[in-house]
Design a protein around this ligand. Structure first.
Ligand SMILES: *Cc1c(COP(=O)(O)O)cnc(C)c1O
Length: 462
């Protein structure tokens, strides 16, 4: 059972998934985390392990039901093992970008829509659900891919016109379909997000939900790759049984690293969790000063998927720090008023480091020179944090996106201009097949017309 980070009413997992956000505005959390002993899963493949861990959290679903949807989701990945590990001295890059839209969000968003459908069945709901999501980057395409074949669920993705990278836009447009609406909004990302909140509030009768990373069904599938990479290192004799390792995680909304926190507290031998940020360094500042403060300038960096000042999932960590929902509520009320709070961090195993845009460029170059390996700008932030952290134990650096999503930044690290073609040529690479683009028309809607546009589309789809 789950409850809000701001209140103690218990709900079953299926309801938490369907609600997304708790009615009091908090995020769903669970007490008494299940203990999972990795030693009893040394022979599991990724899908077995994923099904086991998901079932530990959602006991309404049978193992067979979950295994079926996990198999379907991960069969679309371009590696049999779902993830890959690349060894570089004392560190390993954990590649999480082998899914259909080339970023780690596929690991959860290929599963979450199927869990949502199963949750509707468990609760005997057969009305149509409409998902609305605002995106500044990778969530849109991963959500579109995940929801595209789900019966009874339509999706709208809103993105700022001119505010996402060329390749991010083209990947999203590839998914344009009868039940999948991709809309360029003449406004910025905040306009899209505030529209979304307002629209959801004013149309409660429409059975709306959202796909962003506050949903518990996005968090739990992410625990799996912490366990799986540990098990793989044991099986490959790179580490001894029970040897403690650390994970370095490029962070924005704090969802990825929070799954690592859960894995550690479920019994995985993790020593430290290293939170890597870019110049939008709210998290870095928090871990080094105990003050979370979003009142600051917002930078557009070369690792755009980490350009965030309000890390939504951080509220879950705050809950585990305080262990008291009324204290969390009070703190979040303060945050909503002042954009700032002070809170002593009791978990000494968090470390944090930040990287500037020019450091990111240098790190891409350094990793290539040392290991003949190309990383994307987000992973480069992770590598930067790893070099600054300087622990003696083995480290896993989470690689959150494919270089093919950010070719011009990668090329610039070598003093070159160009996009995908030029990068393929320069490094003798071939792009993944999702990067062959269809000629879908871009739909641009003015902010003022957005409400009518979406209402019309919902009605005409009935
Ligand atoms: C979303 C994203 C991140 C940040 O992950 P959070 O869970 O939001 O902390 C980092 N890198 C890439 C490429 C992403 O798409």
């Amino acid at each position: 059972m789950f409850h809000s980070s701001r209140g103690m009413d218990l709900v079953p997992g299926s309801v938490a998934i369907l609600n997304g956000l708790a009615p009091d505005g908090g995020l769903y959390v669970m007490d008494n985390l299940p203990h999972v002993d990795y030693k009893t899963h040394l022979e599991d493949d990724y899908k077995m392990l994923a099904s086991f861990i998901i079932c530990k959290y959602f006991d309404e679903f049978s193992f067979i039901e979950v295994k079926k949807l996990v198999d379907e989701a991960y069969d679309t990945f371009d590696t049999k093992e779902v993830i890959e590990l690349k060894e570089c001295d004392n560190a390993y890059f954990l590649e999480l970008f082998h899914g259909p839209t080339l970023a780690f969000k596929d690991l959860a968003l290929s599963i979450m829509p199927k869990l949502m459908k199963l949750s509707k069945e468990k609760n005997k709901l057969n009305n149509k659900t409409t998902i609305i999501t605002a995106t500044s980057g990778d969530t849109g395409s991963a959500a579109l891919n995940g929801f595209k074949d789900i019966e009874g669920i339509d999706i709208f993705v809103l993105y700022p016109n001119g505010g996402v990278s060329d390749n991010q836009e083209k990947i999203m447009l590839n998914y344009q379909a009868k039940n999948a609406h991709v809309i360029a909004v003449n406004g910025n990302f905040d306009d899209c997000q505030s529209f979304l909140k307002k629209f959801m509030n004013e149309h409660k009768d429409l059975n709306l939900s959202t796909a962003n990373s506050i949903n518990i069904a996005r968090l739990i599938p992410q625990i799996v790759y912490y366990y799986y990479s540990y098990i793989k290192l044991v099986n490959d004799k790179k580490i001894k049984l029970d040897e403690e390792i650390s994970f370095v995680v490029p962070s924005g909304n704090f969802g990825d690293i929070l799954a690592g926190f859960l894995a550690k507290n479920m019994g995985l031998p993790i020593k430290n969790l290293v939170c890597a940020t870019n110049q939008n360094s709210v998290l870095f500042d928090y871990f080094n000063t105990n003050i979370y403060d979003k009142n600051r300038e917002f930078y557009k960096t070369n690792s755009p998927s980490m350009d965030i000042l309000t890390s939504s999932n951080f509220e879950r960590l705050v809950y585990y720090m305080l262990n008291d929902t009324s204290k969390v509520k009070a703190l979040m009320d303060t945050f909503n008023k002042c954009g700032k709070y002070e809170l002593k961090n009791p978990f000494k195993y968090f470390y944090s480091y930040k990287s500037s845009d020019s450091e990111v460029i240098d790190y891409i170059r350094e990793v290539y020179d040392k290991y003949n390996y190309l990383v994307d700008p987000h992973t480069a932030c992770g590598y930067g944090a790893y070099t600054k952290y300087d622990g003696k134990e083995k480290c896993v650096i989470i690689s959150t996106a494919s270089i093919f999503k950010f070719p011009s930044t990668v090329m610039s690290a070598f003093g070159k201009n160009g996009g995908i073609e030029e990068m393929e040529e320069e490094f003798k690479l071939e792009r993944p097949k999702s990067l062959y683009f269809k000629d879908n028309e871009k739909i641009v809607v003015e902010l003022n017309d957005l409400e009518d546009y979406i209402l019309n589309m919902i009605k005409s789809g009935d």
